[in-house]
Ligand binder design. Structure first.
Ligand code: FNR
Length: 371
């Protein structure tokens, strides 16, 4: 029996067939501290589970006898044509997963013809990522008390050809991630912040994450700061972390170019709703004025389809990318994206949707709708 288990693990290591199997490979490949950092969520991890499970409660209303002999997955986000509505979410410290870090992830994004959002807390520099390939990259920003730090980073992103800014707005404080507390998670280098934050924080001294976050993220940031941000850049600004109609309306009023419905992969406020469960509320409030993207718990092509049916223009994936990177480097990230694309394509075929434009609200049934 034991031998069978090993054979099984070996086979899975060789050929994962879905994104969840990449998670298991990453768990086997990484030191526990790093795996827990990537996999964990806030407090009871209620929202972490819900992000995934809320997708399971949505079913399909598939249509038959539609010509699906050709399927077109491609879509356009902020004028950039991408191969499928699947984008790489900003996640911290890819060098914990693979020595090539975000450079490997960006190369995978380029070869899959999709967009990568580079994290503010990336372990590869803006310049190295830009020089490594021709991926369309957006830059994710936190704003620290010293506004000139953000201004410098925005300039560097612009100078290096990044196409948009993603302001993550759900992090006035770092959520309580108990696995990191237990593991005494060390603070890796914040590559882009070298020389910008106080030396105590920017050096690689193993200070805790919370101390870092307090300097890097200004808890007083508010809607009026969007005006300032717009004044220092011509790049389009997307706002990430919206979960209510009220904030969606405010975001449109202050002139954002797009909204990302997100609960930060359930790492901030536990008992935030699953993102897929609030997507429609935001879609109805925005009324098509700006594109809406979503992330949180997307693990299957069926999830991508459900998000689009409920009004998202694209989804972002966070953990699966890091798991792919940890398991098999750049190739692993490519596998993750291509696997999700394949599943999404099959879902389109089986629901009768030859292109993303054919995906409508009528193709899904949420748990509140009576059969
Ligand atoms: C994140 N996320 C995140 N978001 C952000 O705006 N800046 C960041 O630096 C990070 N860092 C980060 C690290 C890790 C390890 C994770 C798992 C997540 C949140 C991320 O962009 C995205 O919202 C979620 O990861 C989406 O959920 P899934 O796909 O991981 O379920």
């Amino acid at each position: 029996k034991l031998i069978n288990v090993h054979v099984c693990r070996f086979q899975m290591a060789a050929e994962p067939v879905n994104l969840n199997e990449f998670q298991e490979l990453a768990r086997l490949a990484l030191p526990k501290m790093y795996y827990d950092f990537y996999a964990g969520g806030a407090e009871d991890e209620h929202t972490l589970k819900e992000n995934v499970e809320a997708f399971h409660r949505i079913t399909f209303r598939p249509r038959i006898l539609v010509d699906v002999s050709r399927i077109d997955l491609s879509t356009t986000i902020l004028d950039y044509k991408i191969s499928a509505p699947i984008i790489i979410a900003p996640t911290a410290w890819h060098k914990l997963a693979n020595p090539e870090g975000e450079v490997a992830t960006a190369r995978a994004a380029a070869s899959c013809n999709t967009i990568m959002v580079l994290s503010f807390t990336s372990s590869s520099s803006i310049e190295d990522v830009a020089a490594s390939c021709n991926a369309v990259c957006f830059y994710q920003l936190y704003v620290s008390k010293k506004r000139d730090i953000a201004a410098t980073l925005v300039q560097r992103a612009e100078r290096n050809g990044f196409k948009a800014l993603v302001l993550t707005a759900d992090t006035p404080r770092l959520g309580r991630r108990e696995a990191d507390i237990k593991n005494k998670m060390i603070k890796p280098q914040l590559k882009n912040l070298e020389g910008l934050l106080s030396t105590k924080v920017s050096s690689d001294t193993g200070l805790n994450l919370e101390a870092d976050a307090r300097e890097a993220m200004d808890a007083s940031l508010s809607w009026k700061d969007l005006e300032w941000l717009r004044s220092i850049t011509n790049l389009p600004i997307l706002i990430k972390g919206i979960l209510t109609r009220e904030d969606a309306i405010k975001a449109v009023e202050v002139g954002v170019a797009g909204i990302i419905v997100s609960n930060h992969g359930a790492r901030q406020l536990d008992y935030s709703p699953a993102t897929i469960s609030v997507l429609e509320e935001v879609v109805h409030a925005v009324k098509g004025r700006v594109p809406i993207l979503m992330d949180g718990g997307v693990r299957r092509g069926t999830d991508v389809f459900k998000a689009l049916a409920l009004g998202a223009q694209a989804v972002l994936i966070g953990r699966p990318v890091v798991y792919g990177l940890a398991a098999k480097g750049e190739y692993g990230v490519r596998c993750v994206i291509e696997m999700l694309k394949d599943e999404f394509e099959l879902t389109m075929a089986l629901t009768g949707c030859p292109s993303v434009k054919h995906i409508t609200r009528n193709h899904v049934r949420t748990e509140h709708e009576r059969i």
